[in-house]
Design a protein around this ligand. Sequence first.
Ligand SMILES: [Zn+2]
Length: 447
Amino acid sequence: MLTTGATRGNGVIGEVVTANLRTIPDVPLALQGSGWPALLEVRGEVYFPKQAFEKLNAKRAKAGEPLFANPRNAAAGALRQLDSRITRERGLRFWAFSAETPRGTIAVKSQQDLLETLASWGFPVEPHRRRVSGLGEAQTEIAKLEKLLDELPFGADGVVVKVDPMRLHEELGTIGDREPRWAIARKFAPEVAVTKLLAIRINVGRTGALNPYAVLEPVEIGGVTVSQATLHNADLIQAKDIREGDVVEVTRAGEVIPQVLGPVRDQPRGKKKFEMPERCPACGTKAVRPADEVMTYCPNVSCPGRVLESIVHFASRGAMDVRGLGYERVQKLLDAKLIATVADLYRLTPDQLLDGCYSASASATSATARRSCSPAGSARCRSCARRPSLRSAPCAASAPRSPRRCTSSSPTRATRNWWTTSRRTASRWPSRRAPPRRARSRAARSS
Ligand SMILES: [Zn+2]
């Protein structure tokens, strides 16, 4: 029987989506056939068929609702709906591609066997799989599959080539727990789109590097709307002679980061050649370019652009992995002068964050910002008026852009993601800043 459905998340923590997964007709609620282990984890891909996606967007257009940009994000959104009836209506589908048991993999000799076994247990398996004898034959098959793209009922950006015999998988091993040497994604040639380059702007990186990027007339590439693209560095812009106002070719490198390939020559050109600004656009300090480097730098270590980028980098997944601390929230905290360096993140109190007051006191100093907020422990949920507990998530209303919930069992459930993070974070706060839940509820009763 299907007991738990979960998203992959960051590879360690995902979200439980059992109820929604049950609404996908492709996912068997009970296994067919025989020979399955007592406990089995089946991995696969939930996708939005092209036709269902177009139908959904047509319906949304009719109702005057904003359209979904691409099937991939729409599928992810549909799977994480709180109301599984909405998920059912979307018409999601599923392909299975792998299975694990708590004691290693299931008893099959090859990848081909595994897929056939999954199919015999009632899982849909993508039919365009082929077993080939070498890399040459694999390349030929990939070229054939690439031609099929337009006919497929779903979007695809490449194929995965896997070593067939299972006994070789362990021998080949995995790089850094993430990239198995026996499975390699072979991406199809990226789609190229033509659009107008509206402006060339500069972003200040955390090292002070001045990174030029293009502001584009929004264009769809591979189902994603692109309005900005990297331009790498000034030398490259000058070598390709990319100018503001040019009609340019844009692609998504590795299907992810949009980049400008160059101007379309037979189209009208922009008038002014690009030149790197002499001063940092964020702080006005004179920019420097070391003799042997292609990048130009802002040498000011307190440059607001550098500070923002360094704090966001510190909180990013590859570093401290602080969830929910992205550009927007770091900028708000900086504007409210609640933080100036990464060290200040550890001095923030839960109430400063729960109140959401940092967004309202943008020009206040740290002390006045704290004074203008409600006193410690008084923050209440704006939807249910209960006091949030440090042990669970803050209310949706007080945490801007966060889909997290009120602490009480009231409006909705807290997601597993946030629950784990908030528990971990709460335990790190010193006790005088984070009174335990019981002390807090007593205070609440006496008031
Ligand atoms: Zn600067």
